[in-house]
Design a protein around this ligand. Structure first.
Ligand code: 9D3
Length: 243
């Protein structure tokens, strides 16, 4: 997967892609990340990338020319990709979106700044507009990093088999059950006996119950869409009954 990231702050991306799984994915050639400084495509002597909004109002708007020149340069050098504008007005990015994007060859991410981007860029050059969620950030740079991370790990070969995303679909509707590792007792807190029992059927039942309990408590909205068995529903009623 090729990513081109258009930003006026390419330095923000210095380290996030240089660790762990993403580092390995880049070294192995699964992921190729190219940073494009929008300011390099500004035409005026001051290299301005923003300007006052027509009609007045607070803040600045990103000028269309530098962004579109940068997009055309990317297309000439690296081919046509799917162009995504990161903006608080976009559709919310989620795991289904990450999956859909992971089968693309080439994504071009435009990081907005200030109050936004001139509407003519969106209208004529943007395929999709995406937000990370309903909170206000200073720009699209962190969202771009999140999208590269979430999409890259879904590209076949990027994760080793032990980290495989296979089983994510199995348990996607629920939050995870609690995990423990050694030591068996830490500052007076014991690992649940069932996990030390070696009884795999019982461990599976315990994990399902704990995942249901956690989801009911923290994300009851997930249970409405979840694919629950009759046994699951019985367990949920038990948990509810006990409070
Ligand atoms: C006045 C209205 N504001 C929109 C809620 C203006 C505004 C605030 C912050 C416009 C742009 C920004 C910068 N944010 C992003 O570019 C952004 C973002 C975000 O703020 N939250 C979640 N996802 C994203 S993706 C890009």
């Amino acid at each position: 997967m090729r990513f081109d990231i258009l930003t006026i702050f390419p330095e923000m991306f210095a380290s996030p892609f240089e660790h762990s799984i993403l580092k390995r994915a880049r070294e192995a050639g699964f992921v190729d990340i190219n940073l494009v400084n929008i300011r390099d495509f500004a035409e005026d002597r001051r290299r301005m990338t923003d300007d006052y909004p027509y009609g007045g109002g607070n803040g600045m708007v990103m000028k269309p020319e530098p962004i579109v020149r940068a997009l055309r340069d990317v297309e000439e050098r690296r081919g046509k990709g799917k162009v995504i504008l990161l903006s608080p007005s976009g559709k919310e990015f989620d795991q289904a979106t990450a999956k859909r994007l992971s089968i693309e060859q080439h994504l071009v991410l435009i990081c907005g700044r200030y109050e936004g981007v001139d509407e003519r860029v969106r209208g004529a050059f943007v395929d999709e507009e995406m937000s990370l969620g309903d909170y206000i950030l200073t720009g699209g740079e962190f969202p771009a990093m999140v999208i590269v991370d979430a999409v890259s790990r879904l590209i076949p070969g990027v994760l080793g088999c032990s980290e495989s995303p296979e089983e994510e679909s199995f348990s996607k509707d629920l939050l995870e059950y609690p995990q423990y590792t050694r030591p068996p007792e830490f500052e007076g807190m014991r690992v649940p006996d069932v996990l030390l029992s070696g009884n795999h059927a019982e461990i599976s039942r315990w994990r399902r119950r704990e995942a249901l309990r956690k989801t009911l408590l923290v994300r009851p909205d997930l249970l409405e869409k979840a694919d629950l068995s009759e046994e699951d529903k019985k367990i949920i009623n038990e948990i509810k009954g006990r409070g």
